[in-house]
Design a protein around this ligand. Structure first.
Ligand code: NAG
Ligand code: NAG
Ligand code: NAG
Ligand code: NAG
Ligand code: NAG
Length: 470
């Protein structure tokens, strides 16, 4: 717009602009109304029309929160309505006071401010609101479609919550430790998706014996229905449970077969879990039920140059490392070695094809039954050490990793150590992951990279959380 415009002409232009904006608004409103109409139609005719037109699978998938979706749409419509009303009444007011207005000087700055505050800002918020609405995306072919979008996503408006609960797909189609193709971060909401399984899980006679269904419970946890509800039934135990070995023996002794309920595993005894048995039922952590192999870890020089020894790591903080967390998969050997150093380590464990929890506990160590889906159950600045191995590697989504590392940072005390042990990824991803670890500006005590295979690399590091004087 040329600045030479006279006051009257300016006003005319302002009015013209308002008309254009209003026209645009009408289009937006009509589109939104259409959209609502469409969703509603979707619902009403979901049984008959959709079945004919799209095939049964393409109705709104079960569990998708249609109410939240329509609430979000309503919010946006309200915003658009009030914006339109405001602008229209402004125009009418101007129309009425034409004479006065023509004598007024509206400066371009005032005009700009008006557009910014009264038109662009509200329009922007409507735009963002529209973009935030997520419809149930269905992926896969028709016969095999699965629900991709989180059903409750539209309940949350804060983008960080939405990012958090959106399932994180593994990178480059890799399978993760749970054998699934994504990780379902949870704030407890995801049980809605597994209504059938949850109902099965909660179906029991109060006070009687539970079904032997820990594997159903674990499946629910991995899928994001976590934490699970408590149950008022009696859990089953091995009929022939023996008292555990004394602690001077239990740390390095394979537990008694009789202390484990084997019904849901491929193997039915400890011997079968050895790495030479290809039908052992688990894939990660091969050999970790063989104590001769386990005894070598972290105390003898290994063939992989990125392996550090416990004594070297503890030497960075003599006497200061007393409690910690081992986030990994295994039978508790790291915790056993640390116990010999008078350090108490809690080992995370899931029973992924083998009785990891039972074995850790029978060795006299503490298993923590937890998935990657949730916040660690520790308070801020409490742990002296977090050690992780065999768990996070090149499959992990970067956003997921970010959430995890920030949580670990929260839990570590200032001066605490983060020991990343044999992290591996493809060579081309190394920079991304290195950035992830380095972003916290921890002090590097050890940092070591070595080739794993022709296109993969290992990374190990011992990093110290700095003081935070804020
Ligand atoms: C509007 O601007 C003209 C000159 O640009 C000036 O003569 C006139 O007094 C101004 N009117 C008001 C109400 O400020
Ligand atoms: C559905 O997917 C499974 C596994 O992904 C596959 O084995 C099966 O053949 C698929 N079924 C159809 C009808 O495509
Ligand atoms: C373990 O300690 C008990 C007594 O606490 C003792 O009788 C037993 O011999 C010890 N076992 C080993 C292998 O030292
Ligand atoms: C392990 O390697 C270090 C140096 O890399 C060496 O000083 C030490 O003696 C070795 N220990 C054993 C048990 O071989
Ligand atoms: C652990 O504690 C015991 C008892 O206080 C002590 O005898 C032992 O020397 C300690 N071990 C180490 C490695 O510090």
């Amino acid at each position: 717009m040329k600045m030479s415009c006279l006051p009257k002409c300016r006003l005319t232009k302002l009015l013209a602009w308002l008309q254009i904006i209003l026209g645009g608004l009408v289009v937006v409103v009509s589109l939104s109304s259409l959209f609502v109409f469409y969703s509603a139609g979707f619902l009403i005719h979901r049984e008959d029309i959709c079945r004919h037109i799209y095939g049964v699978k393409e109705v709104i998938p079960e569990g998708f929160d249609v109410r939240a979706l329509s609430d979000r749409v309503d919010e946006i419509l309200d915003k658009l309505d009030s914006l339109q009303e405001k602008l229209e009444s402004k125009v009418q007011q101007m129309e009425r006071n034409k004479d006065v207005l023509s004598k007024l000087n509206v400066t371009m700055l005032e005009y700009k401010k008006y557009l910014e505050d009264e038109v662009i800002k509200p329009l922007y918020s409507v735009h963002i609101g529209l973009r935030q609405i997520r419809l149930p995306k269905v992926e896969g072919d028709r016969a095999n479609a699965t629900l991709k979008e989180d059903p409750l996503i539209n309940n949350f408006i804060i983008e960080e919550i939405r990012k958090y609960i959106t399932p994180k797909e593994n990178r480059v189609k890799k399978v993760n430790i749970y054998g699934s193709d994504r990780v379902y971060n949870t704030i407890g909401h995801a049980c809605v998706r597994y209504k059938k399984e949850l109902e099965e899980y909660m179906e029991y006679d109060i006070g009687s014996y539970c079904k032997d269904d820990w594997d159903l419970a674990q499946k629910l946890m991995i899928k994001g229905c976590d934490p699970l509800p408590r149950r008022r039934c009696l859990t089953r135990a091995s009929k022939v449970y023996q008292k555990p070995f004394p602690i001077n023996e239990s740390l390095w002794r394979v537990p008694d077969d009789r202390n484990i309920r084997w019904a849901r595993y491929v193997c039915r005894n400890m011997k079968c879990l050895s790495s030479s048995n290809t039908k052992r039922g688990y894939s990660k952590c091969t050999g970790c039920f063989e104590m001769e192999k386990e005894k070598l870890k972290w105390v003898t020089n290994s063939s992989v140059p990125v392996d550090f020894l416990i004594k070297d790591v503890l030497a960075f903080k003599p006497g200061e490392i007393r409690i910690g967390l081992d986030f990994g998969v295994g039978t508790g050997t790291f915790a056993a070695r640390m116990r010999e150093q008078n350090v108490t380590i809690i080992s995370t464990a899931l029973n992924l094809g083998a009785p990891f929890n039972e074995v850790i506990a029978l060795r006299g160590l503490i298993p923590l039954y937890i998935t990657l889906n949730q916040r660690l159950p520790f308070f801020d600045n409490t742990m002296d050490l977090i050690h992780t191995t065999g768990f996070l590697d090149g499959w992990i989504d970067l956003l997921l990793m970010d959430f995890i590392l920030f949580d670990w940072d929260r839990v570590l005390r200032p001066g605490g150590l983060l020991w990343i042990d044999r992290f591996f990824c493809s060579r081309k991803d190394l920079d991304d992951y290195m950035y992830m670890f380095l972003q916290f500006r921890y002090k590097k005590h050890k940092w070591s990279i070595s080739p794993k295979s022709s296109d993969e690399v290992y990374l190990s590091a011992v990093l110290e959380k700095p003081p935070r004087a804020i």
